[in-house]
Each structure stands twice: as structure tokens, then as C-alpha cells.
Design a protein around this ligand. Structure first.
Ligand code: MG
Length: 455
């Protein structure tokens, strides 16, 4: 029985995501942990969704029934939960109840290893087996788990600060508008940045599971209020998070939306030194390659997916990892994307340079990018991808990389076609120095997908 996608499981509340489902996930996860460690604690946290408490209660009940004590850290950003697991030696596993950037009727469950990273693939498969068989471990009444509350936010903020040049940031007098979109970021970033001496104004910063301020996904369209407010207040920049604040995207002082790979590029340029490695995906801009090369560093590319990047980063002991959607991973902290740390890091970079955010972005190597998608039913994806790969190889003379879908790399750009892991679509991205070339590469990809769907 397949429950988990690339990282955790999501669904609509009281359809898939019911209290019964959460209880069984708790029972299954506890039973898996029981096979490895006789006792220990499981750390559980959540975002601001209206269904979060209901799912937490059911899930915790399942864990307690298998004999595990639970540490409830409440509504906090996802990276604070992941770091909380890593820093507590009693913790044998963790759970995040969140649907990240999905609309308010959704929720989801992510299971974590004791170090706070997403559960290993093979262990997820074991949870699925236990869930299907309902062969749960039943603790004796003398072993039933207890639940305690714990605060993890202040340690999360302190650790972020300990990694930064705090005095430089204080002296720079930076003003920022923070838009956590009514999500769990409402409890993190604005407080952290004030402690760093920034002048902070907030937007959509009261936690509210209805997400009344905006849709939880921090896209250009959804951030129109932030884009207006930053120049209106004369702030140096704006930052926005998704519902669980593991991603951070930025708006410059003029109110322009900045694509995530650009701010990731600024961080790579700042952090990567000689022989140090950045991990990103095959769908991320060559900007990252250029900046790593400029600093004599290396780039390792993986399949698309934040957990895949996090695993690789940890495995090879890389310096920093990220994706083009504003998720940056700092492996000394949470072993997952970290929204507040990303915001603080961009502010640290600004404080070191006497340049505006728009100026810093303008100085980055410039690429034109196109993104598109073609609808394709999930059960047709693998057949369509096989045909599309052949079509592309007929249409273009390139180096081909099959890490994720098919990437055609030509001298002046690249194009990738890959099936979406979450939606019934096949995606196509292209990039080149010249806009016309990027458009031409996208057309080759789209035409290849379409003719594969027809035949
Ligand atoms: Mg998220």
C-alpha cells in the first residue's frame, strides 16, 4: 500500500487525512520504532492548519499505544521541529503535521529520523507494510507512553544566530517586511530578525489556519500585497514563507519578486569556498554552476525533491543545498529546508555588501528560463516519458542526462522533461543565455511530449 510520496503524505482533511488515518500512522510508526529501540521519545509538531490539533491528538494516541513517550512542540516552523529532533538525544523519531504550501483544506504527515531528516525510503515502505497489515505493537498497560510539552523555538533562533555575523547585521540597520502568510512562520522569522537588530514590519503574521491573508504558496501572484508594501514602506526587502516556513522567497526594495534560484545563488556565492560542494537538482539554473565555479567549488545534482537534496548533502558532507523554489538547506542545522535561516542569511549578505538587493541580483549571471507543463494521467506517465525521451533524442543533438526524466544539455543551454511527482502533468523547463534559444528548447520539449501523448 503506497502512502508516502517524495516526502510524507498529504490529502484533504476528513477524506484521506482523517483522525482514523492519523491514528493508524501513529500506530504504524510506533510499531516500526519498537523494532529498533525499546524506548525513547517521539517529537511531534505542526503548522497552523485548523485540522492540526485533531490529527496531532489521533497520531499521538497511536504512538502512546505502542509505548512511546511524545514531546509535543506545538505550532512551530518545520525546520525548528527538525532541529529539535536532531538536538535531543532522547528522540528516536519525529513527526511534522503540515501540508506545506497546499490550500487550507489539506493537511499532511511527514515522518522523521532521530536526526530530524525525512524518514529513509525503506523505512517508509516498512511503515506502509505495518499500516496495511494492521499488525501493530500493543504495549502493556504499564508501558503506555506519556506526553509532555517542550519549547524548541528559542534554541532554533539561538542556533541560527550563532552561525551568523550578528554585529555586521546590527550595524547595517536593515528594514524588512516579513510575510509568513498566516502559517507557522508567524512564530519564527520576525522575532529572529528583530533580535538581529533589523527593523521588522509584518504582513499576514497572525497564525490562522484559514490562511485569510493569501494562499500559502509564496508565488509571485500570491505575494502581490508584499510586493506593494515593501516599496511603500521604503523597506530594504521583503521575505515570504510557505505554510510551514521551510521555504523563503524574497522581494527587492522596488517590490520586484526574485526567483528562488537567484537568492540561492547569492547564498552559494557567499558560502561556497575552494573544493566545497553545493547540492542542487538537475532542474536548477546553471547560475548555481557558474557561481560555484567562480569560487572553485563543486556542484552535485540530484533528482528533484527537497528530501533527495537533503539526503545527498548529508551523505557527501556538502556545504549547502537548495532548489529553485526558495528552499535552502544548511546541513549544520536542520537537515531540511530552512526558511528563517535563509532569510537571516540573505540579510547577512546584504549587511556585508554596500549594495541593494536588486543590485546584488542584477550582478548575477543572467539566464532566460521557460517553464511549462502538459497534462498527462498518472498511469500513462512512464509510457509517455519513454516515448518522449526517444522523440527528444530524434529532435536534438545534445548530451543526455537521465537523473530525473530526460535533460538535454546543449552548448548554450538545456531543457528537461520530467513527470511531476505530485500532479498529473509532465513538466518541461528550459534555460539559455539568449531568450529565443530558451524558448526554442522549450518548444522541442513540449512538442516531444505532445506527439508522445498522441501516438
Ligand atoms: Mg513547506
Amino acid at each position: 500500500m503506497k502512502i508516502f510520496g517524495t516526502f510524507g503524505t498529504r490529502g484533504i482533511v476528513n477524506e484521506k487525512m482523517s483522525s482514523d488515518f492519523a491514528l493508524k500512522i501513529g500506530l504504524s510508526f510506533g510499531s516500526l520504532l519498537k523494532e529498533e529501540s525499546e524506548s525513547g521519545k517521539v517529537l511531534v509538531g505542526r503548522d497552523t492548519r485548523t485540522s492540526g490539533q485533531m490529527l496531532r491528538n489521533a497520531l499521538v494516541s497511536g504512538l502512546q499505544s505502542t509505548g512511546y513517550d511524545v514531546i509535543d512542540v506545538g505550532v512551530v516552523p518545520t525546520p525548528a521541529i527538525q532541529l529539535g529532533c536532531r538536538r535531543d538525544d532522547d528522540v528516536v523519531g519525529g513527526v511534522i503535521i503540515t501540508a506545506s504550501h497546499n490550500p487550507p483544506e489539506y493537511n499532511g504527515i511527514k515522518l522523521l529520523e532521530s536526526n530530524g531528516m525525512g524518514l529513509k525510503k525503506e523505512r517508509e515502505a516498512q511503515v506502509e507494510e505495518i499500516f496495511a497489515s494492521e499488525d501493530f505493537y500493543e504495549a502493556d498497560y504499564t508501558e503506555i507512553g506519556e506526553s509532555e510539552q517542550k519549547k524548541v523555538l528559542s534554541n532554533y533562533k539561538e542556533e541560527i544566530k550563532s552561525n551568523l555575523e550578528v554585529e555586521d547585521i546590527r550595524e547595517a540597520d536593515i528594514s524588512i517586511v516579513v510575510d509568513p502568510g498566516n502559517g507557522s512562520g508567524s512564530f519564527g522569522t520576525s522575532y529572529l530578525l528583530r533580535e538581529l537588530g533589523c527593523e521588522v514590519k509584518t504582513l499576514n503574521s497572525q497564525p490562522d489556519g484559514f490562511f485569510p491573508g493569501r494562499d500559502p504558496e509564496p508565488t509571485k501572484k500570491n505575494l502581490k500585497d508584499l510586493r506593494k508594501l515593501v516599496p511603500a514602506l521604503g523597506a530594504d526587502l521583503g521575505v515570504a514563507h510557505d505554510g510551514d516556513a521551510d521555504r523563503a522567497v524574497f522581494v527587492d526594495e522596488n517590490g520586484n519578486f526574485i526567483e528562488g534560484d537567484k537568492t540561492f545563488g547569492l547564498i552559494v556565492d557567499d558560502m561556497i569556498g575552494e573544493d566545497e560542494t553545493v547540492v542542487t537538482t538537475v532542474a536548477t539554473s546553471n547560475l548555481i554552476d557558474d557561481l560555484a565555479k567562480r569560487n572553485n567549488g563543486n556542484v552535485v545534482k540530484t533528482e528533484v525533491g527537497d528530501l533527495i537534496v537533503a539526503r545527498k548533502l548529508h551523505e557527501i558532507d556538502g556545504k549547502v543545498g537548495g532548489e529553485e523554489n526558495g528552499g535552502v538547506i544548511f546541513p549544520e542545522m536542520a537537515l531540511g529546508r530552512d526558511g528563517a535561516y535563509t532569510a537571516a542569511k540573505i540579510i547577512e549578505i546584504l549587511s556585508k555588501k554596500s549594495e541593494s538587493l536588486s543590485g546584488l541580483v542584477e550582478n548575477l549571471p543572467d539566464y532566460s528560463q521557460f517553464k511549462s507543463k502538459v497534462e498527462c494521467p498518472d498511469d500513462k506517465k512512464s509510457e509517455v516519458m519513454d516515448k518522449t525521451k526517444n522523440e527528444i533524442k530524434k529532435r536534438i543533438d545534445a548530451d543526455f542526462d537521465e537523473t530525473d526524466g530526460l535533460k538535454a544539455i546543449v552548448e548554450d543551454g538545456w531543457m528537461i522533461v520530467r513527470p511531476s511527482g505530485t500532479e498529473p502533468v509532465v513538466r518541461c523547463f528550459s534555460e539559455a543565455k539568449k531568450e529565443e534559444r530558451a524558448e526554442e528548447l522549450l518548444e522541442i520539449g513540449l512538442n516531444s511530449i505532445k506527439s508522445s501523448l498522441e501516438n
